[in-house]
Structures are given as structure tokens and as C-alpha cells.
Ligand binder design. Structure first.
Ligand code: ADP
Length: 401
């Protein structure tokens, strides 16, 4: 089968590249895989296609070397991308700053602008650029499209996106709330409206994207009016390894009292906090095992997680002034009935109810977990950021053809 109608979606991290080759119309996946430990002594690639998995291990010097090996594996499994080409490449880019708020056809100037935004996302944008440059080098002539995690939240109301700090300092340094996971919040709120059989324009929604990273959004008429992540993906909910909201005074306190450098504080808050910081593990399945074994720190981590989530639920109910649907998505949101039940427990007088049988049913489809006739629909909707990126990329190509 040729790959001319397929879109290659690339999510490039600092030492990894996740990819999918898929049909943007049907969503059918032709191949997928991950390159890991780029730049380390022993890297690895796992490539899935045609019902089989092929693996490669050995040193992978950089992103370009990784993608080159991936393309060899594609050729081995029947998709010679370098020869037959693909329709487009869609790149997940974390930070679009003020500049990018829609999927954008990549040229040299766009790459330079994404690079310039690295000050706002030092862990993410340079890695995204490495993926873009490698793909452009290996697939010259194929349109490449950047899809930004911040884009959906570009139009946040001023009151929701403004931090109450010196306005001149904020303006000089691009300090405002940008929001992240936008591709997922947009896709999932659209799917939720479809499940309800309603026009998104008529609906007030709250979406909880609970994965390793976690964020919530309040969506009115298809547009977000608030979200939990801010200048960076550190703000808001408690996450696998990230603290979420903190008293900002903790940062100078740590620097003065614990003599931590800025980079050490950054690493503490991003990599050694959240569920992991409190319990020692960041995976919710392990956390559950620890809780079941009577581990009190694990219990506390879980309680802090749920407490924060409910705080935002309450805030967004008020901001929206009433809500039609509350939707859970991503690794934890899709797979943990316990989290969903605890997040919404005891809220019957607000019209929020969870049906236990529906909530615990083994079912991977988009579905209701509230009882029939409940005033507020509670839903589980699997996210699919790759499909959303593939569709956005195909649309940009169609518009510029
Ligand atoms: P990412 O933010 O990396 O995209 P995902 O959305 O894939 O993350 O979510 C990953 C997290 O989902 C894991 O760390 C794990 O905590 C959680 N998870 C996955 N499966 C389950 C499950 N069956 N029960 C509870 N949590 C799960």
C-alpha cells in the first residue's frame, strides 16, 4: 500500500520521538512507534506495522539518525516513505507563544520563530525543532505542518489569561497564561458534543485531561474560557511528577533556605514533585497498589490529587454558570474509575452523578458514565491527539494547495 494519502505525525521530545502514520480521514493507523534514549549509549526503536513489531537497538546519535532508522523500518514493513512520500508530516509543537494560534505550514521562518519561543518552553520547543529539522531533511518536498499545544487557548478571556504581576514586566517577558494540551481539549470537547448529539456552540463543558501531565478546561460554545495550565505546563492540577499550583513564595524560600539553584528548583517542581514527590511512584496503577497495601504517603498523594481536581471543578462550574457535560480523558481519566468516582463524589445536589456500573464497565469507547436522565452528562472520551494533528495537517495542505 502506498503512503501518499497518509500523514506522518511526529511528537519529538528531548531524547525520544513518538510517531504514527495514519489516514486522517478514517483514523486508521498504518504504523506507529517510538525512538528512545537518543544520544545515550544504547538507544532503542520499537516499530509496529502490519500486526508485527520490529525492534532496533544501538546508539542513536541524534534525532535525524533516529528518524533515518525509523524510515528504514517503514521500508521494511511496506511503506517506503522516502520513495513514495507521504501526504504531509504533522508535528506536535508545545509552545506557540503569541505568534502561532493555528496549524501552520512550516518554512525556515516558522522554524526560527518556534526556536525563539524556547525561552518559554526550554524543555520542549528545542526538542520539537530537532524533530522538525530532521523530518524536513529526510523528506524534502513533503509539506510539514506545526500543530501547537497552546493554540486552542489563544483566545482565553483577558481576566483568565492575565497574571496579577507588574504589567510592564509581564509584557516584556511574554508572561501570561497560555494553556497546554489544547489539541486534546479541543478534540475531546468536540467528541463529547458529538456523543451528546448536540452542537458544540450550545454547550458548556468541563474537560479533565488526566495523563502524566494533567489539565482541565472550561469550554463555552466550543471555545475555552479558562484552563489550569499557564505560562508553562507546570501550573494547575497535581500531575505524575509536576507539582501543579504552589505558593510562588516557595521558589525563593527554597533558593534561600535549601540553597537550590534555579535549575534545581525547576527540576524539583517538574520531575520530582506531584504524585511521585509525595509517594515515590508516578504511575497511578502503582499508586493504587501502594494504597491497597496501606501506604499512608500514597494515600495522601491521592487525596491531594483529588482535592486539587475538585477545587477546579468547583471553580469552573461557577465560571461557566452551569455545565452540560463533564468529560474525563487521557491515561488516568480513561482508565481509573476510582479517580472519576472520587472526583465527582457527593455532588448529586449539583446534578452531578456517576453510575457505578457504567463507570466500572470495561469499555474503551466514548461513553456516558452518568445515569440516564441526569441533568449533567458525565462522559469518558478517549483522546487522540495524533488523529487531531493529522487532520489539522491535512487541512492546512488542502488550504494551501
Ligand atoms: P502522557 O501524559 O504521557 O500522554 P497518558 O495519557 O498516556 O500520559 O497517561 C499515562 C498515565 O496513565 C500513566 O502514568 C498511568 O498513571 C495512567 N494509567 C494508564 N493506565 C491506567 C490504568 N489502567 N489505571 C490507572 N491509571 C492508568
Amino acid at each position: 500500500m502506498g503512503a501518499e494519502n497518509l500523514v506522518l505525525v511526529i511528537n519529538s521530545g528531548s531524547s525520544s520521538i513518538k510517531y504514527q502514520l495514519l489516514d486522517p480521514g478514517s483514523g486508521v493507523l498504518a504504523a506507529s512507534g517510538i525512538v528512545e534514549r537518543i544520544g545515550e549509549d544504547t538507544g532503542g526503536i520499537e516499530h509496529h506495522a502490519d500486526g508485527r513489531t520490529i525492534e532496533h537497538s544501538g546508539r542513536i546519535a541524534d534525532h535525524t539518525a533516529g528518524l533515518r532508522s525509523v524510515f528504514d523500518m517503514f521500508a521494511e514493513t511496506g511503506h517506503d516513505l522516502r520513495r513514495a512520500g507521504v501526504h504531509a508530516v504533522g508535528h506536535r509543537v508545545v509552545h506557540g507563544g503569541e505568534v502561532f494560534y493555528r496549524p501552520t505550514l512550516i518554512d525556515d521562518a516558522v522554524v526560527a520563530a518556534i526556536s525563539e519561543l524556547s525561552a518559554l518552553a526550554p524543555l520542549h520547543n528545542p526538542a520539537n525543532v530537532a524533530g522538525i529539522e530532521s523530518a524536513r531533511q529526510l523528506l524534502p518536498g513533503v509539506p510539514q505542518v506545526a500543530v501547537f499545544d497552546t493554540a486552542f487557548f489563544h483566545g482565553l478571556p483577558a481576566a483568565a489569561k492575565t497574571y496579577a504581576i507588574d504589567a510592564k514586566v509581564a509584557a516584556a517577558h511574554g508572561i501570561r497564561r497560555y494553556g497546554f494540551h489544547g489539541t486534546s481539549h479541543e478534540y475531546v470537547s468536540g467528541q463529547a458534543a458529538a456523543l451528546l448529539g448536540r452542537d458544540p456552540a450550545e454547550l458548556n463543558q468541563i474537560v479533565f485531561h488526566l495523563g502524566n501531565g494533567a489539565s482541565a478546561s472550561a469550554v463555552r460554545g466550543g471555545r475555552p474560557i479558562d484552563t489550569t495550565m499557564g505560562l508553562t505546563p507546570l501550573e494547575g492540577l497535581v500531575m505524575g511528577t509536576r507539582s501543579g499550583d504552589l505558593d510562588p513564595g516557595i521558589v525563593p524560600h527554597l533558593m534561600r533556605s535549601a540553597h537550590l539553584s534555579i535549575d534545581e528548583v525547576d527540576a524539583l517542581l517538574n520531575r520530582d514533585s506531584g504524585i511521585k514527590g509525595l509517594s515515590g511512584v508516578n504511575d497511578f496503577r502503582e499508586l493504587q497498589r501502594l494504597i491497597d497495601a496501606g501506604d499512608e504517603q500514597a494515600r495522601l498523594a491521592y487525596d491531594v490529587y483529588i482535592h486539587r481536581l475538585r477545587r477546579y471543578l468547583g471553580a469552573y462550574l461557577i465560571e461557566l454558570g452551569g455545565v452540560d457535560a463533564i468529560t474525563f480523558t487521557a491515561g488516568v481519566g480513561e482508565n481509573s474509575p476510582q479517580v472519576r468516582a472520587d472526583a465527582l463524589a457527593g455532588l448529586g445536589h449539583f446534578g452531578i452523578e456517576v453510575d457505578q456500573t457504567r463507570n466500572t464497565a470495561k469499555n474503551r469507547a466514548a461513553r456516558y458514565i452518568s445515569p440516564d436522565g441526569a441533568p449533567i452528562a458525565v462522559l469518558v472520551v478517549p483522546t487522540n491527539e495524533e488523529l487531531a494533528i493529522a487532520r489539522a495537517a491535512a487541512q492546512v495542505v488542502a488550504e494551501t494547495a
